[in-house]
Design a protein around this ligand. Structure first.
Ligand code: ADP
Length: 486
């Protein structure tokens, strides 16, 4: 049943969340959140400043000691209640994401299910965060380890998955017993604000989660990171900003988790099942309009199957309907903003000017909103910018190879190392591919692999640390070693 969007928007908090209260920014300033499909204003939210951020950290720091003393079961129960509440409010969350971010309602519902899983997964991990014990080799000490929360965390999230990027950080932090200041992306704050209210409704104590929406991300994060009460920063976003934060983190030797850019290769070997390869490549490319750091950025296809693969992928992408995500029949929504649209258009123009062929798409769609047609490019030269830059849009450039070694060489020829995809029916080659690919994640015959139970993360300039899986809670915990004589 379609929700009344004005009622929904009126129910979303628009202030800063500090110590359990929704408050205005100290300056009373606000900023506008827009719908990228229409350019319409959706809401005015508080434009927090460094001063507000400092108040949020006061609250997080004051709550830390008592929060760390709560039992794992208590924290687990809060997360589990939050999981149930997100599901009860699934349509509200999905609609908010479609409105402020643009993805289709079907994709937004998918994100609600995916995002909520982090709450359930970490409610289960909270009570099973085992330490270990052993006797020292020479027999003189009992060695025991126990976990402690790292302390107050700054969580900075991007706009592309407004719910899942928040739950992926907040849930393990809650499980481990950390307090937080969440700074959501300025383009999509509404989902995070609604989620924060949901966490309060699930019983999260005041001060544990604080939220600062702002247009002054650099000042806000700098202020928090130079305060020695903050102990960690977890960031998802561009590699450029990640590097700035890593430098700032060094001053107070903060723990860091960095989920940065990607340039995912998708290799199709000549023995691949093309039904699977085409269907999964479409998903790997088109999920979230291509606005995902795991999106297949380079289709690397064996020359023997290039023609059939590109013809079939082109037909699939041509069948997708571009439009306002609120329309139930839409497959592909708008890009997030004008800058994103211009960047995608300029990557395609550059590739075409260097010799790439447009098999479909290659143009903007409509007059309002930031729509770009699903696009397939063939014969893309290696010196095209699109071969090395993150596309973040619905464009599939296809490159060809003739030997297996060449495929790995092309795939690894990037400073990034987040997701990679391989399509082959040869079990030995599958194993060889995983050994050769320098990426934190490898999807074998699958195009979408994000899962709360799996460790998400990259190598090289794609980042540090892992989110989700058994590894996720470690990012928010420190190990204490306790020695006793034997
Ligand atoms: P994208 O290109 O996907 O927008 P960004 O890295 O620019 O990625 O943004 C991701 C998040 O980082 C957003 O919440 C944004 O406000 C924040 N951000 C951007 N610049 C800085 C900065 N200098 N310091 C801290 N946070 C920043």
């Amino acid at each position: 049943m379609a929700l009344n969007t004005s009622d929904l928007l009126a129910s979303v908090p628009t202030g800063l969340l500090i110590n359990g209260h929704w408050v205005d920014a100290a300056t009373s300033a606000t900023f506008t959140v827009e719908n990228p499909a229409t350019g319409e204003s959706l809401a005015e939210v508080a434009a927090g400043s460094a001063e507000d951020a400092a108040r949020a950290l006061d609250a997080a720091a004051n709550a830390q000691k008592e929060w760390a003393r709560t039992s794992a079961r208590e924290r687990s129960d809060i997360l589990r209640r939050a999981f149930d509440l997100v599901h009860e409010r699934a349509e509200e969350f999905a609609t908010l994401m479609t409105l402020e971010m643009g993805k289709s309602l079907a994709e937004a519902r998918g994100e609600v299910a995916y995002g909520a899983e982090f709450l359930r997964w970490f409610s289960e991990e909270a009570v099973r965060h085992y330490g270990h014990s052993l006797t020292s080799p020479e027999g003189k000490l009992n060695i025991r380890t126990q976990h402690k929360p790292v302390g107050p965390c700054l969580l900075i999230t991007p706009w592309n998955f407004p719910l899942a990027m928040a739950t992926r950080k907040v849930a393990p932090a809650v499980a481990a017993g950390c307090t937080m200041v969440l700074k959501p992306a300025e383009l999509t704050p509404l989902t995070s604000l609604y989620f924060a209210q949901t966490m309060l409704d699930a019983g999260l104590p005041a001060g544990v989660l604080n939220v600062v929406t702002t247009l002054e991300a650099p000042e806000v994060s700098q202020t928090l990171m130079s305060d020695d009460r903050l102990r960690k920063v977890s960031f998802t976003g561009s590699t450029g900003v990640g590097k700035i934060l890593l430098r700032q983190a060094s001053d107070n030797v903060l723990r860091t988790s960095m989920e940065l850019g990607g340039n995912a290769p998708l290799i199709v070997f000549e023995d691949a099942d093309l039904d699977i390869a085409v269907a999964q490549a479409k998903q790997a490319k088109m999920r979230n309009m291509g606005e995902a750091c795991t999106a297949a950025n380079r289709m690397i296809v064996h020359e023997a199957v290039f023609e059939e693969f590109s013809r079939r992928l082109t037909a699939e992408l041509e069948g997708l309907k571009v439009g306002n995500g609120m329309d139930e029949s839409t497959d592909v929504g708008p890009l997030i903003e004008q800058k994103a649209l211009d960047n995608v258009a300029s990557l395609v123009e550059d590739a075409v000017s260097k010799g790439a062929k447009v098999l479909t798409g290659g143009k903007k769609v409509g007059d309002a909103g930031y729509f770009y047609a699903p696009t397939v490019l063939a014969e893309v030269p290696a010196d095209a910018r699109i071969a090395t830059e993150e596309i973040f849009g619905p464009v599939a450039p296809i490159f060809t190879f003739s030997t297996e070694e060449e495929a790995y060489e092309i795939a690894n020829g990037t400073e990034y190392g987040l997701a990679s995809y391989v399509f082959t029916d040869d079990a030995v080659r599958m194993q060889r591919a995983t050994e050769n690919l320098e990426f934190g994640m490898v999807g074998v015959n699958v195009g979408v692999m994000s899962n709360a139970a799996a460790p998400f993360g990259g190598v090289k300039q794609s980042g540090l640390g892992r989110e989700g899986g058994a590894e996720g809670i470690e990012e928010y915990s420190s190990v204490q070693y306790v020695a006793t004589p034997r």
